[in-house]
Design a protein around this ligand. Structure first.
Ligand SMILES: [Zn+2]
Ligand SMILES: [Zn+2]
Length: 446
């Protein structure tokens, strides 16, 4: 079984984008920030039409050397043919993460008579343009150059500030061009990264449901179904990714866009990220701090998914033991935890360490309260795991076929470090994930 056992009918992305805000059974009003997505072969030919629609008179085009080759030059040709004036800001392609310097460069290059920001790229370019569009209050059009991550429809940007990775509020593109002819020619590792960022959704939905029953946190079944349905289409077409088939690329891109919309709808990152993303965060933090190896976000998330599935297999075999859990809790020592985090994450762990004293993870009363419910919830937790998670071996077979990394040692991180990394994930965000459950059950020693 490689699919979740529950899904709804196909999610039509155009219908979702054009539908007015609707009041959902979850109690929230859902409305996508992304206004339109043009997902087709040759989509960029519609650039002049869209610029006109947004009453644009001058374009500020942001790209890097690679994305200029992938799509920027074609876009400039189209602008020239249609007599649309533009100014460009071309970034050096040799940087992995957006930081304050790049934001400064863009602000410096920006000219106030430009009323359209045209980003050509994905991760970094998208994150930067989202911030620039937010600061300058300009219309933002993105021409995606790779189906490599799920930030197309989300309203936050990931940047490096003072050497630390942070997520800041920005805004998503008004219009997204997903030109299939461009996307399918993306470097293969970027396509596989997008696939990995989507595999993560198996775990994120599973953990969201577990979090919901254990802590009573907000959950939306409609949003969860968006993710399951997108994943199903991606897996069904995954074989075609190797040959860059249009159908496989479109399913992947649809899923990545839907993941951003899902997070936007929910107002929390739950639908799009769980413990697998925190492996990735930790590898990023360690790379910044200690220059350890790293890989593309989605490749790390794909590996994180395989690692998380292995940890979930262990949990399926245990029977919760309240006495063991209580005894283990008595042994938890904040000082020891601080030391482990500090050694593993360096100064990027400081903020986490500061919050430990007041963290629920060390709150004896809260722990007892949660433990009380675990035995009653246990059957439900197992049911959720069985419903949502794919068979690890089948998934790994599929990933092998696609030459998608399934182990951290593929990009240079020893596999032996991963259980320790897993145990640290619970401290990364205030979110109930598998490693939190491990701690509550007494299966972690810090
Ligand atoms: Zn809802
Ligand atoms: Zn992600």
């Amino acid at each position: 079984m490689i699919f979740s056992t529950i899904y709804s009918d196909n999610m039509d992305i155009q219908k979702i984008l054009s539908s007015p805000a609707f009041s959902c059974e979850c109690g929230k009003i859902h409305k996508a920030q992304l206004k339109e997505a043009i997902i087709e072969n040759g989509a960029i030919q519609k650039l002049p039409e869209i610029i006109k629609k947004y009453k644009g008179t001058k374009v500020f085009l942001v790209a890097d050397e690679n994305t200029m080759k992938a799509a920027g030059n074609s876009c400039i040709e189209i602008l020239n043919q249609n007599n649309i004036p533009y100014k460009t800001s071309i970034l050096d392609a040799e940087r992995a993460e957006p930081d304050e310097h790049l934001i400064g460069k863009l602000a410096f290059d920006f000219s106030p008579d430009c009323d359209i920001i045209l980003g050509i790229g994905t991760g970094v370019i998208n994150d930067l343009c989202k911030i620039l569009a937010n600061i300058t209050d300009r219309t933002f059009i993105l021409v995606a150059t790779a189906p490599s991550m799920d930030g197309f429809a989300s309203s936050t940007s990931s940047i490096i500030k003072n050497g630390l990775k942070v997520s800041i509020n920005s805004r998503c593109a008004d219009c997204l061009f997903a030109d299939v002819d461009i996307l399918k020619n993306a470097p293969y590792d970027m396509i596989i990264a997008g696939f990995g960022d989507m595999l993560a959704k198996y775990i994120s939905i599973c953990e969201w449901r577990i979090g919901n029953i254990v802590t009573g946190e907000y959950y939306c079944e409609y949003v969860a179904n968006m993710m399951r349905t997108a994943l199903k289409a991606i897996i069904e077409n995954a074989d075609g990714l190797k040959n860059r088939d249009d159908k496989a690329i479109i399913s992947l891109m649809n899923g990545l866009i839907l993941a951003g919309i899902a997070a936007d709808y929910a107002g929390v990152s739950r639908p799009a990220s769980g413990v697998e993303h925190y492996y990735s965060h930790i590898w990023d933090m360690r790379h910044l701090e200690f220059n350890t190896p790293w890989s593309l976000h989605g490749i790390q998330c794909g590996v994180g998914t395989c690692l998380a599935l292995k940890e979930y297999e262990k949990i399926k075999d245990i029977t919760p033991n309240k006495n063991l859990a209580l005894a283990s809790f008595e042994k938890y020592d904040i000082a020891k935890t601080k030391k482990i985090i500090s050694e593993h994450l360096g100064k990027s762990g400081n903020e986490i360490i500061e919050k430990l004293e007041t963290s629920d993870l060390f709150n004896r009363e809260k722990h007892k309260e949660l433990l009380k419910n675990i035995p009653t919830h246990w059957d439900k937790i197992l049911e959720i795991i069985n419903e949502e998670l794919p068979c690890r071996n089948e998934l790994i077979l599929l990933m092998n076929k696609l030459k998608a990394p399934t182990k951290s040692s593929y990009f240079g991180i020893p596999d032996s470090e991963n259980h320790q990394t897993f145990l640290i994930t619970k401290y990364i965000r205030d979110k109930y994930i598998l490693s939190t459950l491990y701690k509550e059950l007494g299966l972690s020693d810090f």
